[in-house]
Design a protein around this ligand. Sequence first.
Ligand code: DER
Length: 251
Amino acid sequence: KLVETSKRLAAFQAVKDYLLPEYTRIGIGSGSTVVYVVEAIAALGPAATAKMAFYPTGSQSEELIEAAGLHLQYINKLPAAQQLDVAFDGADEVDDDLNLIKGGGACLWQEKIVATSARQFVCVADFRKLSARLGTSWTKGIPIEVLPMAAPRVLGELERMGSLGPRIRPGLPGKAGAIVTDNGLWIIDAPFAPLQLSRDSASTRSNGTWTVDALADSLIKIPGVAEIGLFYGNNGLEVASGAQKPVAAYF
Ligand code: DER
């Protein structure tokens, strides 16, 4: 109950602070927290959202937008020179630099495309998600979207990189075999020891820990990896068309 209340409060505050009335293009993430973001937007009323288009990050997100009666648009229809005004999404864990682990809902690839297409990316998360370093509270591993035929090769490389028991995410009851994403791929969850920040003391790969940036750079290069569930925060290298994209988080 407390968690749901926290999610809802965070969502309503984030919409109040970051969805400006003049905005017309809004990205909507996936998961259970973003449900409250859509609830908060719908609560603004049809007049306030009449000129707004909402861009989903997967099938659940698309259903959320439609069910709320909001105008649905798709990121492949956004002209290359344009950006979304803002994107809202949840996270599995948030560190002191607002770096994120995402992908608990297996939607990370489209989430990252929409998030990096927005001038501002607002992470909405309840108190459970806040950690000093990634991998502290979220111990299931970094979600990685992979080509199924390459999954065994990726697992081997992750072991060599120090991942502690990486595994292909199994399907839920009613789905034999692995989880299949909206993009027809699989998810590997790769646990690592808590990730250091570049500004931390000289904790390097040698003593078994990675920095967020170094690990992200290594993971994305593994053949067969489509995208990784590490999002950079305010100090991150990931920018939308050159402008440093602030990541605001609400708890
Ligand atoms: O898959 C994702 O990255 C989602 O944003 C998700 O992990 C957040 O989930 P929650 O809002 O249900 O905790």
